[in-house]
Design a protein around this ligand. Structure first.
Ligand code: G
Ligand code: G
Ligand code: NA
Ligand code: MN
Length: 250
C-alpha cells in the first residue's frame, strides 16, 4: 500500500532512473543499441528492483505515467546520440492494453525527433494472450510509424507458435534461462537451436539474453545467433557510463 502511494509520486519526485544495457552483433561484436531498464531510488527503502515494483505499478495503474516517462526519457536521450544505435524500451501489457499507447509513441517520436527506426519496443509473450485482436491492432499502428517490436523472454511464456506467426515481430529475445543452462544441458542447447531455426524460417533475428561468459558467446557464434546481451558484454549502467560509446553530438 505504502509502495503504491509512493509509486504514483516517483516520477514527480525524480526518483526514477534509467540504466542502459548494450546489445551487440554476435559475429562482429558491433554495438547495435541499448535496452533501457528502470531503477527506482526510494528515499527510505533504497533502490528497489523493477521485478518488485513493476507488478505493483501494473496493478495500481501507476505503470501508465511511469511507462510514459520511461519512453520519453529514453527517446530524448537517444535522439542526442551522434549515431544510429537503437533504443529498446520495455512495454507493459497494461500499457499495450491502453487505447492511447500508439498515440503516445507517435507524440513522443515527434517531440523528441528520434527516428522511428531507432525505437524498438519489447513485449513479453504474456502481453499478447489477453485481448489478442486489440493488441494486434495497436502493434500494427505502432509498426506503421517504422518502430520495431521485439518479443521478450521468449520460450518461457504461453504463446503458441500460431501467436508468433500472427504477430508482427521484428526480433525474438531468447530468455536468459536458456543461456545459464546451455553448457550443462543438452536440452537447453537443443531448444536454442530450435528457436534459432525458427528465427531463420520467419526471417527474424534472434537475440540471446543473459550472456555472462566468453564460452557462452562462443557457443552463440557457432550456432549462428544474431545478437547478444548480458553481463559479459556489458552490465546495465547509468547513461554517464555509456557517453563515450554514444559520442554525444551536443
Ligand atoms: O533490470 P532488471 O533485471 O531488474 O529488470 C527486471 C524486469 O523488469 C525485466 O523483466 C524488465 O523487462 C522489467 N523492466 C525493466 N525496466 C522496465 C520498464 O521500463 N518498463 C517495464 N514495463 N518493465 C521493465
Ligand atoms: O526481462 P528483461 O529481459 O527485460 O530483463 C532484463 C533483466 O535481466 C534486467 O534486470 C537485467 O539487469 C538482467 N540481466 C541483464 N543481463 C544479465 C545477465 O547476463 N545475467 C543475469 N543474470 N541477468 C541479466
Ligand atoms: Na526486456
Ligand atoms: Mn528479457
Amino acid at each position: 500500500r505504502l509502495i503504491a502511494n509512493d509509486l504514483w509520486q516517483a516520477v514527480e519526485r525524480r526518483e526514477l532512473q534509467l540504466h542502459y544495457q548494450v546489445q551487440k552483433a554476435v559475429n562482429s561484436g558491433e554495438t547495435l543499441g541499448y535496452e533501457v531498464l528502470l531503477r527506482w531510488h526510494h528515499p527510505v527503502r533504497g533502490t528497489i528492483p523493477p521485478s518488485e515494483f513493476i507488478p505493483i505499478a501494473e496493478a495500481c495503474g501507476a505503470i501508465l505515467p511511469i511507462g510514459e516517462w520511461v519512453l520519453r526519457e529514453a527517446c530524448r536521450e537517444a535522439a542526442t546520440w551522434g549515431n544510429d544505435y537503437k533504443i529498446a524500451v520495455n512495454l507493459s501489457p497494461v500499457q499495450l492494453g491502453n487505447a492511447d499507447v500508439a498515440d503516445l509513441v507517435h507524440r513522443v517520436l515527434l517531440e523528441t525527433g528520434l527516428s522511428p527506426r531507432r525505437l524498438e519496443l519489447e513485449i513479453t509473450e504474456s502481453t499478447i494472450i489477453g485481448d489478442k485482436e486489440r493488441a494486434l491492432n495497436t502493434l500494427r499502428r505502432i509498426k506503421a510509424f517504422g518502430v520495431t517490436i521485439a518479443i521478450d523472454d521468449f520460450g518461457t511464456g504461453y504463446s503458441s507458435l500460431e501467436t508468433l506467426r500472427a504477430f508482427p515481430f521484428d526480433k525474438i529475445k531468447l530468455d536468459r534461462s536458456f543461456m545459464s543452462e546451455v553448457e550443462a544441458s543438452p536440452e537447453a542447447k537443443a531448444i536454442i537451436r530450435a528457436i534459432l531455426a525458427l528465427g531463420q524460417t520467419l526471417r527474424v533475428p534472434v537475440l540471446a539474453e543473459g550472456v555472462e561468459t566468453r564460452s557462452q558467446l562462443d557457443i552463440l557464434l557457432d550456432e549462428g545467433c544474431d545478437e547478444a546481451q548480458g553481463y559479459f558484454l556489458g552490465r546495465p549502467v547509468p547513461v554517464e557510463r555509456i557517453r563515450v560509446d554514444t559520442e554525444k553530438s551536443e
